[in-house]
Ligand binder design. Structure first.
Ligand SMILES: [Zn+2]
Length: 116
């Protein structure tokens, strides 16, 4: 069931991109051309469908690469950047300017290559 989305507002720049999950029109983001919309990001879940929320926190451990954190609704930490939205495997990352960005995991790109 999709919630009704108002027609894409014309941005001053005119450029829009579509959410890869629900197709909602988003302001074009050259850095993250396939990031999901806020509504889809709010539905991230683990492989079993348990809701997971990503957020940023100050790095508190030297082994942590970035400040991305995730937890279940009850506060239990979720230790993976992999998540699912409507059954689509996605990856969450710390956004360039802070915050969290979620993109489909199947895409090749900056995140597509495995870390050594
Ligand atoms: Zn969406």
């Amino acid at each position: 069931m999709f919630s009704s989305t108002s027609p894409a507002r014309r941005m001053a720049e005119g450029a829009v991109q579509a959410c890869p999950i629900c197709g909602a029109s988003l302001k074009a983001n050259p850095r993250y051309p396939d990031h999901v919309c806020a509504g889809c990001e709010a539905r991230t879940a683990d492989a079993d469908g348990r809701s997971v929320r990503y957020h940023n926190a100050a790095p508190d451990h030297p082994d942590l690469i970035d400040s991305l954190r995730a937890s279940y609704a009850d506060g239990t930490p979720y230790r993976s950047e992999t998540c699912y939205i409507d059954g689509v495997k996605c990856r969450a990352r710390e956004a360039h300017m802070g915050g969290v960005v979620v993109r489909p995991a199947g895409k090749k790109g900056p995140w597509g290559s495995p870390n050594p």
